[in-house]
Design a protein around this ligand. Sequence first.
Ligand SMILES: NC(=O)c1ccc[n+]([C@@H]2O[C@H](COP(=O)([O-])OP(=O)(O)OC[C@H]3O[C@@H](n4cnc5c(N)ncnc54)[C@H](OP(=O)(O)O)[C@@H]3O)[C@@H](O)[C@H]2O)c1
Length: 258
Amino acid sequence: MLLENKVIVISGVGPGLGRGLALRCAGAGADVVLASRTESRLAEVAAEVAELGRRALRVPTDVNDEASCLRLVEAALESYGRVDGLVNNAFAIPPLTDLSTVDLDAVRAGFETNVLAALRLTRLLTPALAERGGSVVMINSAVLRHSRRTFGAYKMAKASLLALAQSLATELGPRGVRVNSVAPGYIWADNLKWYFDFLAKERGVTAQQVYDETAATTDLRKLPEPDEIADAAVFLLSPLARAVTGQCLDVNCGEWHH
Ligand SMILES: NC(=O)c1ccc[n+]([C@@H]2O[C@H](COP(=O)([O-])OP(=O)(O)OC[C@H]3O[C@@H](n4cnc5c(N)ncnc54)[C@H](OP(=O)(O)O)[C@@H]3O)[C@@H](O)[C@H]2O)c1
């Protein structure tokens, strides 16, 4: 049990990777704190965590709001008395438009959730993490590895998140806190399944064909599932990674090499 009796806070518990992170952390022996805005989803995921025999504290949270994040930290410490890990997974889709025409306010809004909120939560939890030799994981993206048209604002946000993780690793390392990143590419979850169904209908082919064509671009000929990406975060949160900080682990079935 890599995370036996550890307490892990997860921001952005959505239907995809956020849920996978909660369940894999619980499966590895952790109690979790679930933080996103939609209470009904927190309740669903908390029930699944309970089925694994671990505790899940649900704290409806807007990571863009300082007071809301303070309540999250207080609730976590009140319930468990400690925090060993934080996964910054919360994510707002930035505008997918060329940078030459993109709306700057939309780019700014993307930075709020995708970069500044990760700094806010990490800062608020640093004293607790420092007491436990804790670990922070930033969920990044394979957009780091390419510069395709329309992904500019997304890449700006995630490149900044990577810089944030690296600088925090240097700043917090002397206090015993590690900070790493996980960069998924495709995630074989509801959103991508919906998109492949849509593409398949447009092209008059099967969704399986779209999957196979896409998977052919990876070394392993498959697309990673949320649990497979979450396991990389479990590793980075665990004592197995006790000498790993400031690093980015790409989890993409070999689509990109780094
Ligand atoms: N999906 C992909 O294909 C893909 C690929 C590469 C990387 N990634 C990265 O993987 C991570 C997870 O992506 P995912 O698509 O699987 O999403 P997910 O984990 O299913 O959900 C993310 C959740 O973040 C929450 N969130 C957004 N704004 C928030 C806020 N202000 N405060 C609190 N929570 C907030 C949303 O929940 P509420 O609306 O309930 O707050 C949303 O459901 C992201 O960091 C993303 O960049 C995803």
